[in-house]
Design a protein around this ligand. Structure first.
Ligand SMILES: [Fe+2]
Length: 294
């Protein structure tokens, strides 16, 4: 399992912030004639009825978790970013901008929690669970030895996350240079599936990973149904709720994203090589002209 060192200040939002972070880092939009249209973020509807995950996740849990906790993050973020440049951004951009390379800004916890919860709701379906198939199963077997091996590692990550947080299955294909002490450095062994865990609202987007499955292990996610038995909640999630179809389609997108980046990287290298070759030829030509003149 991936083990990440996240500073406690980052994890608890205790990092000292600029006193005027909003006006300093995200200045107010200027009044221009063609001002970009902005709209408030809204609470996305669940992809299923409130009671349809029962008996594994109760209607009461979803009413509290989606209807109250998730909604409060949406309302808080809208208030916080009103009038700033963040208001014009897509949710994922707000997450990355307010992560601020580890020096977390106030909107991050709300933006990331909105993104994480949207992702979590879509990771489940009524009658979920079972086993994946196709490319997803092949990569799981390649990277974890077996499906059971991945499940074991995922459960261990979810159960051992101290305090509030998340556990993830991610496709790791870093390309960015993450020049930041709280980020794991890109490894030589990229382009593979790994299990990760993160504290509070932190998600793998900030490490430039592509998440494909998430479980919320904040206590509000399971206390009504399982009290303090987090292990039971995680087992029920994996065995009865996960939508492997959604996870498979996310993996396809992650592989395509990595391949697209790879192609762009190769094209850039070829262009640089051509420019270098042209420059060398010009230099050689001018040298031979000098020789002829002599
Ligand atoms: Fe939650």
């Amino acid at each position: 399992m991936e083990s990440f060192s996240i500073s406690s200040s980052c994890a608890t939002l205790g990092t000292p912030l600029p006193s005027h972070w909003k006006s300093k880092l995200f200045p107010k939009r200027k009044n221009v004639k063609m001002a970009k249209v902005t709209s408030k973020l809204e609470l996305k509807p669940l992809p299923y009825a409130l009671e349809s995950l029962e008996p594994h996740m109760s209607r009461e849990t979803l009413e509290l978790h989606w209807g109250r906790h998730h909604r409060e993050h949406v309302e808080a973020l809208n208030k916080l970013i009103e009038g700033s440049e963040l208001e014009e951004m897509e949710l994922e951009e707000i997450v990355l901008s307010s992560y601020n390379k580890g020096n977390i800004l106030p909107p991050f916890i709300h933006a990331a929690q909105i993104w994480n919860h949207n992702f979590f709701w879509q990771s489940m379906k009524p009658g979920g669970g079972g086993r994946p198939s196709g490319v997803l199963l092949k990569l799981i077997e390649r990277d974890f030895g077996s499906f059971e091996g991945m499940v074991k590692e995922f459960k261990r990550a979810a159960s051992s996350q101290f305090g509030s947080g998340w556990a993830w299955l991610v496709y790791k294909a870093n390309q960015l240079d993450v020049g930041n002490a709280v980020n794991p450095l890109p490894s030589e062994e990229d382009n593979k599936l790994v299990v990760a865990k993160s504290p509070n609202a932190v998600n793998p987007l900030v490490w430039d990973y592509s998440p494909i499955l998430a479980i919320d292990v904040w206590e509000h996610a399971y206390y009504l149904d399982f009290e303090n038995r987090r292990d039971d909640y995680v087992s029920v999630f994996m065995e009865n709720l996960v939508s492997w179809e959604v996870v498979s389609s996310r993996l396809e997108m992650a592989i395509e994203r990595a391949a697209s980046r790879q192609r762009q990287e190769e094209e850039r290298s070829e262009e640089e090589e051509m420019l270098h070759t042209e420059a060398t030829e010009v230099y050689l030509d001018s040298e031979s002209d000098d020789a002829e003149a002599d």
